[in-house]
Design a protein. Structure first.
Length: 373
């Protein structure tokens, strides 16, 4: 309001000068200037009284590049605003206020990168056309907990022509491909470790018929080697060459976990964890794992590697697997990385290539955890 007060003071000074020096020509500009200042200030004050900018946020999580719904509502004061603008950090450009300005704004915002976002509230600026009086109103509805999750992309089988075909997509062209772990038969079904509900596709030899006869419910034997036989996806965030490379590795990890879990189950080992997280076919544990993937940052050491009966898929932003990866995984060791490997890529996912490793450090073109038609 300082400019309006200055204009009003100048008008009063002109009126005083006209009275003192008996100069009638100063009355008109003095009265006009004082009247404009008073009218501008009063209009802006009444328009700002009771006015508010409300933001209705959407859900607390959203995947990368997916639309995030955002709603802005402008509550008017005692009078419509003479002018001004509505600003918000998520708006590409301010919305000019006027008699035809919208009262509600619907936005679909997209976030290109994962991580936690703090959505600062917008602001409502009300001013007269001459900008003599200005009032700024801070918006309501700040959101500090929006989590942008890494997007899940399809796993694509590398073809002989250098292209890629869908893996696990039930389309009509080229058959149904599946990415699956080939388990070492000597490591499977070691000891009985209780019972669990029957899963479709389980061999009849695993069904516990006495329990079925007693309860009438289909139950199967749970074996101690089951968890160890599931494919293990390991995310290596040690010294990534760039933030984009780490983001690609995180997306590849998320995509592989969803793909393998839907195919029968898998395990996930994140940086800083000593034990992997099991992901079953129903994906009940996936939301928590997905949220943790969104917050992964670069670390200075590689995850621990223990011998497993199942396949180990090592997802590395830097493209450097452990030397004993292929030996530690009885069903095969795999390297998934944004960098281009020396051997033929067996599959691609989220901009990364997946290649099976031989004993030692180099890749081989055979299939242990394979893409098959």
């Amino acid at each position: 309001m300082s400019r309006a007060a200055g204009a009003g003071a100048l008008g009063l000074a002109l009126i005083a000068a006209a009275t003192t020096f008996d100069t009638a020509s100063l009355y008109l500009p003095g009265v006009a200037l004082a009247g404009i200042a008073l009218a501008s200030g009063l209009w802006v004050w009444l328009a700002a009284a009771g006015a508010a900018l409300l933001r209705t946020p959407g859900p607390h999580t959203v995947e990368e590049e997916q639309p995030y719904p955002l709603r802005l509502e402008l509550r008017a004061g005692f009078l419509p605003p003479p002018g001004g603008e509505l600003t918000d950090p998520l708006l590409r450009e301010p919305i000019v206020l006027g008699f035809g300005a919208p009262r509600r704004v619907r936005l679909d915002v997209r976030f290109a990168r994962r991580g936690r976002r703090i959505l600062e509230p917008g602001s409502l600026v009300i001013r007269d056309p001459l900008r003599l009086a200005v009032r700024e109103i801070n918006g309501e509805g700040a959101m500090n907990g929006l989590l942008v999750l890494p997007r899940v992309e399809p796993v694509l089988a590398a073809t002989s022509a250098g292209g890629a075909g869908g893996v696990g997509a039930p389309d009509g062209g080229g058959g149904r491909a599946a990415l699956r772990g080939r388990l070492d038969g000597s490591a499977a079904e070691l000891d009985l470790d209780g019972l669990r509900p029957y899963r479709e596709g389980t061999p009849a030899s695993r069904i516990h018929w006495p329990a079925v006869a007693r309860s009438g419910e289909m139950l199967e034997r749970r074996l101690t080697a089951d968890a160890d036989s599931a494919p293990l996806v390991v995310l290596d965030a040690c010294h990534p060459p760039s933030e984009e490379a780490l983001d690609m590795a995180v997306r590849a990890t998320a995509s592989l976990c969803v793909h393998l879990a839907r195919g029968g189950g898998c395990a996930l080992l994140l940086p800083g964890d000593r034990r992997p997280t099991s992901l079953a076919r129903d994906l009940a544990a996936w939301p928590a794992a997905h949220a943790r993937l969104a917050l992964v940052s670069a670390v200075g050491s590689k995850p621990p590697l223990a011998r497993r009966a199942g396949a180990v898929i090592w997802v590395s932003a830097a493209g450097e697997p452990p030397r004993d990866l292929a030996r530690a995984a009885a069903a095969g060791g795999w390297l998934v990385s944004p960098s281009t490997g020396a051997g033929r890529a067996d599959f691609t996912v989220a901009g990364c290539t997946g290649t099976r490793l031989r004993h030692g450090t180099g890749p081989v073109p055979s299939s242990g955890l394979a893409v098959t038609a």
